[in-house]
Design a binder for this molecule. Structure first.
Ligand SMILES: C[S@@+](CC[C@H](N)C(=O)[O-])C[C@H]1O[C@@H](n2cnc3c(N)ncnc32)[C@H](O)[C@@H]1O
Length: 437
């Protein structure tokens, strides 16, 4: 598209200014800091070239326009400020909690947004939750998926990224609810390692952690930024960007999708790890609404879900549902699950007594994926026994889940299990390919 200039350098300058929203002669003159007559002279060819000093000034000004919008172009290395989307900030969640505290269902997003909730989650990871084992299981599965010899030429992650054809691409890596982000950082590390010497298979990689918990979002972002800083030479930093978004992927607008590349040659890979899929209020709504916006045909979802045990009694949560174990893990789980109601009641001067109960539930409205089993975490919210379901924790029969996902347009290209300390399948990793719009 011609912008009225016969000179490509001026075309470039005007093109960039337009992309930044400065369309008119007056707007371009004021943002560059010259007169409208000068802009007209650049456009009409009356001025044929800029002197070195003026060109440097224009370059600096265009660079400043990006920095001014918060995009850290070559920072230490490339960590953007957290964007807080409408409806997803701490005050929004606090307001929603106040509106919903005595409803039948609250929702797991309320567990983590408060710093005390984020700390309780970190504590849970440290108290025998098996997070190290789960992280190792994820890394092994991700590495295997990246290897065409293990996962198959067409099905491997390398194949889906078109690396197997020797092609490079830009990667939008999205972490949905990364928590502390340890596994997401491992994924970046493995992508870098597998992309080969000098990382020529990755044109650019933007990691977008998405979470309503600002303390956890910070942890996840810094962990990824540190990894990039420590693993890559300085010249490669600008190819990598961490762009955290405080957004609600269940009820929010998913505004961060507007920052992802639309180029069909680039790939989006969303990581939804650690059983959070099983915490959702409705899996179908999430797949249709959130993933519908996030992923295009040909993009990928990496899903980690809790596996349903052959004997449900073998699940750790089953024992907890049958009585109090009184171990540290239970205490921390209680403080995480009861936290939102405790904090709310403290703020209105009501008695603090709350009690978490886990109700095993098979079938029914909260188990929309065939074969799934739900450990519903309830809290008593008043002395008359009124209860609120704070969190669902579902386990899945993996073949049935794969069938359900296929019906929703997602083909499973790779599957691997993570074991617990007793050698039982604890979580399953599925690499899913969005096969239709
Ligand atoms: C179970 S925790 C972290 C799981 C983590 N992926 C792992 O593997 O350990 C769930 C995370 O999802 C976030 N989360 C829950 N609901 C959310 C929502 N609706 N929108 C954005 N983040 C949400 C929480 O703040 C928390 O960080």
């Amino acid at each position: 598209m011609s912008r009225g200039s016969s000179n490509q350098v001026f075309e470039l300058i005007f093109g960039l200014l337009e992309l930044h929203g400065f369309h008119t002669v007056d707007a371009q003159a004021s943002i560059i800091g010259v007169t409208p007559t000068t802009i007209n002279n650049w456009r009409t060819g009356k001025v044929k070239a800029l002197n070195r000093g003026k060109l440097d000034e224009v370059i600096q000004r265009v660079h400043f326009l990006s920095k001014r919008r918060g995009v850290d172009l070559v920072g230490e290395p490339s960590l953007c400020p957290i964007v807080i989307e409408e409806g997803a900030g701490p005050a929004d969640l606090e307001r929603q909690l106040r509106e919903k505290w005595d409803s039948v269902y609250l929702g797991h997003k309320f567990l983590y947004y408060h710093p005390a909730g984020a700390m309780a989650w970190k504590q849970l990871l440290d108290t025998g939750y098996g997070s190290d084992l789960l992280a190792k299981g994820f890394a092994a599965a991700f590495d295997a998926a990246l290897d065409p010899r293990v996962a198959g030429e067409r099905s491997s992650l390398a194949g889906l990224l078109r690396w197997s054809e020797g092609k490079s691409c830009g990667i939008d890596l999205i972490g949905l609810g990364p928590g502390d982000g340890a596994k997401e950082a491992l994924a970046i590390q493995l992508l870098i390692a597998r992309a080969g010497p000098k990382h020529r298979l990755i044109d650019w990689l933007t990691y977008t952690p998405v979470d309503v918990s600002i303390p956890l979002l910070r942890m996840a972002s810094e962990q990824a930024r540190n990894l990039i800083r420590d693993r890559l030479p300085k010249e490669s930093w600008p190819h990598f960007l961490v762009r955290p978004s405080c957004s609600d992927f269940e009820d929010g607008n998913m505004g961060f999708c507007g920052h992802l590349s639309d180029n069909p040659g680039d790939r989006r890979l969303a990581l939804f790890l650690g059983g959070t899929f099983g915490n959702l209020k409705s899996e179908a709504r999430f797949v249709e609404r959130a993933l519908g916006r996030l992923l295009r045909r040909g993009d990928m979802l990496w899903l980690e879900v809790g596996v349903r045990q052959a004997r449900i009694e073998d699940d750790g949560l089953f024992a907890l549902s049958k009585g109090q174990l009184r171990d540290t893990q239970e205490t921390v789980r209680r403080s995480l699950v009861e936290g939102p109601h405790r904090r709310f009641r403290a703020s209105v001067g009501a008695p603090l007594d709350t009690r978490m109960r886990i109700i095993p539930r098979e079938g029914g409205a909260t188990c929309e994926v065939p074969g799934s089993y739900n450990f519903v975490h309830d809290v008593d919210i008043n002395p008359s026994g009124q209860r609120c379901s704070v969190m669902y924790s579902r386990r899945y029969e993996i073949d049935a889940l794969r069938g359900w996902l296929a019906d929703h347009g997602y083909e499973t290209r790779f599957e691997q299990r993570s074991k617990d300390a007793r050698g039982r399948d604890r979580t399953a990793h599925l690499l899913l390919f969005r096969a239709r719009d």
